[in-house]
Design a protein around this ligand. Sequence first.
Ligand code: HPA
Length: 235
Amino acid sequence: MSVHISAKKGEIAKHILMPGDPLRAKFIVENYLTKAKLVSSTRNVYFYTGIYKGRKVSVGASGMGCPSIGIYSYELFTEYDANCIIRIGTCGAYTKKMKLFDLINVEYAVSESTYAKTAFGWAADRYKYQGNAYNTINATAKEMNQAIVEGIIHSSDVFYRKGKGNPAVVKKYQALAVEMESFALFSNAKFLGKTAACLLTVSDIIPTHEKISADQRERALRPMMELALNSVLKM
Ligand code: HPA
């Protein structure tokens, strides 16, 4: 048990898929895993461990924002056997060059967040994926004929803000899209010498206000889930 996860030691796999939403974690388990067991439901943030094509994998939600994924990923890395966390989330594209349903393998998360500075005394405004999961995902996407964009994204500290301007860091790095978690996941993994990657599906195009509809979501997120699961098989 850790402070926020009630699983026993040994009940969490080395590789973890981490959507933001607990119901999405449940969807992955029900659609792709066998012999799945619910190992933590503290705060209704469900963690499951099961088998995908012979490989043990855990799936659990991060919640929203750097503080939340910061807590879950840190406890998984330090109190369990977790070696690799792949975040699978959605993002809003800043540019019309991106299309709904596009998949991004995140190379850098840039942010105005003080997360890494507060946690580790690090002042950088960007952190990279950690370890080999990023390259394995790219190679697996190729094998699956799944188009993927490798790119820089913005981990925003806020969803709602005054006016229409974006933080300077978005322009500085020409971030393709916005989400709210990768910056904390990547900095935790860097500090702890662990592996972390982030796959994002474009769920909205900010300049045009296009959005994936609620009934498109289930189908829309399957390619990302399957790519993450098939990548774990190679790690
Ligand atoms: N902002 C932040 N996070 C997001 C967005 C957004 O517009 N869309 C999907 N995740």
